[in-house]
Structure formats: structure tokens, C-alpha cells
Ligand binder design. Structure first.
Ligand code: C2O
Length: 548
């Protein structure tokens, strides 16, 4: 492979959306940020220079970072933040992955404006396992607030209230014609008739899973989280924050209209207020001029999308994903399990701090947890503490393998919604096979949580509704061609079972990719120990690794 060099200057830039201009934190003055393009096998070297007053850190979401955990990016997990005026060089090789991923800030809520696509092309002379597209187009969904990101964060965290409502969803940074004062900020995809396009869909929204569709067009799903899947057709997609999906769009050979609308809006199962608006973009055919009929946007049909809480649609859609599992792209699903975990993921509450009004149940403050442990960010990075064998006081290794407070997850919410704070990790021996059942708790109402694991892809061997049954449910696990991904929507009021092999030494974050739940503590970390051989060990940190 070759080496690709990028320079990311973190700088302020004025951006106007919905008739309001605000100064936002960007990479190189671009919103959304620049695209990283590399081939499988390439080395990617990105120098990040922090020219704003905030602390910054960038995560290369879904990149496996095999033995390069120092470049993973989550603040206080694999590195201390890059402070104002400082820089850090992220250096990693893309091994065994091709497809679409994305990069985003991994500190506070800065990813609201700091995000961009990662396009990994197959190795030279390697082809796609599907028809070669005429063109490839990244489509990245986001959320836009008129208020400053700082104000959005503090409202969400300091009042202990519900998720913040954004003012718009965006496609490639643009809210589109269905919002007030936004018609000029509309994403337009220009296509030719009778061609195949590869759309690289990325959900970079902070707090919402999204439905997406293009009027009068069927899409063929070919890839998820940078792993090929058995192709299937669909009119409507569901994509959770942290997930990426590649689809083929075959354009009509003889369209009667030249323009069609595409649209996305949320799938939401929780409580509280939410943004129920729709972002739209335009699919525009280049037709020979006598045939071109330019329909005004107002008379275009918005694609039909499921209702906001269409959980059975989502479950049905996610069950369609299957690994290719063929000779060229095998699915190495662990057939036996060394370490089993049962993790409850969900919301709870903690006492309301004095002098605050909190909006949680009975005046408490909302919290979120894994196995009733609400993760507290340490004051120095876990990876550095682990590597230098100076973990004293930074973290403890007693993360519970099973919930501390068992209850019926689907029943009436239990009285005890309490969480305990802590910085606890699970230690895994090198190369152990791991199974984690993720159970939505329904403590404060059932809610779908997009769980994301750093440093690994995992196989989704099963999922279902209600309480996971450790006797019955494993009998139906798919150990042949389960989908392999880095982010799974744990079904609302249900569970998902994942398996992975701990072959990547380091410290790896696992968390809900809803920013508000991440802030409330729905996160934990794994320490994966070195193996015995030299190529099974994490190398020492780079000299410019930031200090806290
Ligand atoms: Cu895309 Cu830890 O996140």
C-alpha cells in the first residue's frame, strides 16, 4: 500500500443555515469536513493541528486500528485531548477493510460539526462483488442547531434534562427545502439515466436513528460498516448514528420527470421531546433538453417513510443483513465462546445536584448505564495508564459481567432506577472469544440504543424482543452468515447478541452512539491484553501523544 497524508487544521468558520450565521469548529474551514480516501492496505497519516480554544480529539470510526490503538481517538480513553495550539499525528494502516466509514470528533459534543466521510477503496485491481458503479457519492446525515454547540451541551447536561432537539437534519450539511429559509441549502445528486450509482450513506447525527428513501427508486444494499453483505433490495433504509450503509441506485432508463425527492427523518422510540422534521435532497436527471421537465420542488412527492416509532419495520429491516460468507470474504464467526457477558443498556437516574432543577423521574437527574454502572471519564487516558502500568486510581477492573440489579426488563419499570458511577473496565486475554448479550432495560421506557465497539467488528449472532432467554435463544443463533459490523441498534424492548475475537491488544471503548446517552454514562471499556508473540503486542505510544 501507499501512504496518504492529510492535514486537519481545526479552526473556526462562519456557516449560515436556516438564515442564521454562526461560527462553528471545522476542519480546514469545511462543513462537513474533508473526505479521507484510501485503499485497503494503505497507511493513513493525518496531522491534526488545534487552532481553537476547545480541547479536540478525532476518532476514525470503524477503522480497526490493529495494534495502532494510540490512533483511535476517544478522549480520555486512548489519548488525552489535543489542547489549543498543539498537534497530534494519527498514523494507522487499513487492514482487511474496504467500504465506507467516517471520522468525527470524540470529545464533548464537538462531532456536531466535526465529521466527514472515510472512503476505503478495494486494493488496486480488486473489484467490487457487485456491478461497477458509474459514480460513487458519499451522503452523510447530520444534525444542525441554531444555538452554539456549547449551549446545546450545557442545556442537555446541566439541567439533567432530556435530549436536545436540533433545528434540522442535514444531508451533506444541508437541511433542504422543507425547512424555513433553507431552499438554497439543498443537497442535489445529479445523475444520468440508466446508470448505477454507489451511495455511501453515513449517519453522523448526534441523537437520532433515521429512515431514508428516494421517491420512486429502489435501492440495493451491498455493504454495512465497511463489510460487504449479501445484496438485498429495499425502498426504505434505517440507519443508526455510527452506522454506514452502501447502496446501489440504478437510475431509470427513461424517466418521465427529471427531479425526485430523497428524504430522511427520525426513528425514535424513547420518551421526551424530539425533532420530528424531515431533511430532503434532490435527485436530478440530466436529460436531453426537449425531454427535461423541471418540476417545482413544492409539487414533488416526498418519499413515504414509516411512522416515527415503527419498531417492527426496523427489526425486519435489520434482520435482512447477512455476511457474504463465501470463499473470498469468509465470515470468521467464533463458534465457541471463552467469555460470556450479559450487559443491560439503558437509562436510569441519579440524585439531582443541589441548586439544579432536574427533569428525570421524581426530580432526579437522567443517567445512563451498562449493568448499572454509569461510566465516569477519568482525568487521564486509560490506554496510557494501562500501558505504563500506572492504573492506580485511574480505573478499576471490576466491571460486572452481569447486571447488579436483575429485574424483568420488559415489565413495569422497577422502582430502583439508580446507577453507580465508576471507571470500570473488563480485562480480556489476547485472542479470547467473547459473547455479549446487550439487553435494553426499559427502565424509563423501551428505547433503541445504537451500541458501538471500538477496535473491532463483531458478528450479530442473534436479536429479539423481550427478555433474552439464556436457555432458548442461543439455539437460534446464526453462526454461519451473521452480519459483521461495528454498531448495532439494540432493539427497543429487546436484545442483541454479538460475538468477536479479542485479537487487537489495547483499550477499547464501547458505548451508545447517541451523544446524549454517551454523556450520561452509557459506555464502558475493554482492556485486551497483549499476546505472547511480538506481532501480538501493542507498540509503545508515539512521541507526540498529547498529555493531560
Ligand atoms: Cu463513532 Cu466512540 O464513536
Amino acid at each position: 500500500g501507499t501512504t496518504r497524508h492529510y492535514k486537519f487544521n481545526i479552526q473556526l468558520h462562519n456557516v449560515t443555515r436556516l438564515c442564521k450565521t454562526k461560527s462553528v469548529i471545522t476542519v480546514n474551514g469545511k462543513f462537513p469536513g474533508p473526505r479521507i480516501v484510501a485503499r485497503e492496505g494503505d497507511r493513513v497519516v493525518i496531522k491534526v493541528v488545534n487552532n481553537v480554544s476547545n480541547n479536540v480529539s478525532i476518532h476514525w470510526h470503524g477503522i480497526r486500528q490493529l495494534r495502532s490503538g494510540w490512533a483511535d481517538g476517544p478522549a480520555y480513553v486512548t489519548q488525552c485531548p489535543i489542547q489549543s495550539g498543539q498537534s497530534y499525528v494519527y498514523n494507522f494502516t487499513i487492514i482487511g477493510q474496504r467500504g465506507t466509514l467516517f471520522w468525527h470528533a470524540h470529545i464533548s459534543w464537538l462531532r456536531a460539526t466535526l465529521y466527514g466521510p472515510i472512503v476505503i477503496l478495494p486494493k488496486k485491481n480488486a473489484s467490487y462483488p457487485f456491478p461497477k458503479p458509474h459514480k460513487e457519492v458519499p451522503i452523510i446525515f447530520g444534525e444542525w442547531w441554531n444555538a452554539d454547540t456549547e449551549a446545546v451541551i450545557s442545556q442537555a447536561l446541566q439541567t439533567g434534562g432530556g435530549p436536545n432537539v436540533s433545528d434540522a437534519y442535514t444531508i451533506n450539511g444541508l437541511p433542504g427545502p422543507l425547512y424555513n429559509c433553507s431552499a438554497n441549502e439543498t443537497f442535489k445528486l445529479k445523475v444520468k439515466p440508466g446508470k448505477t450509482y454507489l451511495l455511501r450513506l453515513i449517519n453522523a447525527a448526534l441523537n437520532d436513528e433515521l429512515f431514508f428513501s428516494i421517491s420512486n427508486h429502489t435501492l440495493t444494499v451491498v455493504e454495512a460498516d465497511a463489510v460487504y453483505v449479501k445484496p438485498f433490495e429495499t425502498d426504505i433504509l434505517v440507519i443508526a448514528p455510527g452506522q454506514t450503509t452502501n447502496v446501489l441506485l440504478r437510475t431509470k432508463p427513461n424517466p418521465r420527470n427529471s427531479t425526485f425527492l430523497m428524504a430522511a427523518r427520525p426513528y425514535f422510540t424513547g420518551q421526551g421531546t424530539f425533532d420530528n422534521t424531515t431533511v430532503a435532497g434532490i435527485l436530478e436527471y440530466k436529460l436531453p433538453s426537449p425531454k427535461a421537465v423541471n418540476t417545482p420542488i413544492s409539487s414533488l412527492q416526498i418519499p413515504t417513510l414509516p411512522p416515527i416509532n415503527a419498531t417492527s419495520f426496523v427489526a425486519n429491516f435489520s434482520s435482512k443483513f447477512r455476511s457474504l460468507a463465501n470463499a473470498q470474504f469468509p465470515a470468521n464467526v467464533p463458534q465457541t465462546v471463552d467469555k460470556k457477558f450479559f450487559f443491560t443498556v439503558g437509562l436510569g437516574s441519579s440524585p439531582c445536584p443541589k441548586n439544579q432543577t432536574c427533569q428525570g423521574p421524581n426530580g432526579t437527574k437522567f443517567a445512563a448505564s451498562v449493568n448499572n454502572i454509569s461510566f465516569t471519564n477519568p482525568t487521564t487516558a486509560l490506554l496510557g495508564a494501562y500501558f505504563s502500568r500506572r492504573s492506580n486510581g485511574v480505573y478499576t477492573t471490576d466491571f460486572p459481567s452481569f447486571p447488579l440489579m436483575p429485574f424483568n426488563y420488559t415489565g413495569t419499570p422497577p422502582n430502583n432506577t439508580g446507577v453507580a458511577n465508576g471507571t470500570k473496565v473488563v480485562v480480556l486475554p489476547f485472542n479470547s472469544t467473547v459473547e455479549v448479550v446487550l439487553q435494553d432495560t426499559s427502565i424509563l421506557g423501551a428505547e433503541s440504543h445504537p451500541l458501538h465497539l471500538h477496535g473491532y467488528n463483531f458478528f450479530v449472532v442473534g436479536q429479539g424482543f423481550g427478555n433474552f432467554d439464556p436457555q432458548k435463544d442461543p439455539q437460534n443463533f446464526n453462526l454461519v452468515d451473521p452480519v459483521e459490523r461495528n454498531t448495532i441498534g439494540v432493539p427497543s424492548g429487546g436484545w442483541a447478541a454479538i460475538r468477536f475475537r479479542a485479537d487487537n491488544p489495547g483499550v477499547w471503548f464501547m458505548h451508545c452512539h447517541f451523544e446524549v446517552h454517551l454523556s450520561w454514562g452509557l459506555k464502558m471499556a475493554w482492556i485486551v491484553l497483549d499476546g505472547k508473540l511480538p506481532n501480538q503486542k501493542l507498540p509503545p505510544p508515539p512521541a507526540d501523544l498529547p498529555k493531560c
